[in-house]
Design a protein around this ligand. Sequence first.
Ligand code: BEZ
Length: 211
Amino acid sequence: MAIRLGDIAPDFTADTTQGPLTFHSWKGSSWAVLFSHPKDFTPVCTTELGRAAQLKPEFEKRNCKIIGLSVDPVDSHRKWEGDIADVTGHAVNFPMIGDPDRAVALLYDMIHPNAAENVTVRSVFVIGPDNKVKLTITYPASTGRNFDEILRVIDSLQLTANYSVATPADWKRGEDVIIVPAVSDEDAKKKFPKGFVAKKPYLRVTPQPDR
Ligand code: BEZ
């Protein structure tokens, strides 16, 4: 069954390039990104894994662990990692799940048979400290993901989790945010000491609160 926002991310035990793990205990109370790759030794995936490795420090700054998956076995992932470092200059520095029996891929509905029968699409799940799914994105095999966008969404999700704010279209870290309608003007004055501008009664913007 499809996994929806707000669902508990299903737990699983799997073999990875960094040894066997149980997802919930590996994740602990961090944020996590779980993302799937159609197949080892494929061009787009190679570039994606190098980019994710390069950005790992940015995920860590956000208290977010990252973990990849493809339906090939771990020994194949390990061989492929040499190519990834070679081509991108970034060694894979996070676990890659080996899922040859497709158990995790099926659990997370990562195989879309009308797109490709036996391999996963490019799924992204962002999971919060409460183990609930906060974001899902699905890309086709032919489109490499934008990992800056994934970081941007995590920034937005973390602001929402910590303050009563939402973020507007194309928002980037450092730009003004939106005070959610559930907060009255009176409470907004107390909660947002930098003040706010009401462009409409329902659209009030304030500087990013944690800066
Ligand atoms: C790739 O990573 O390049 C790829 C994987 C599966 C299908 C198409 C492209």
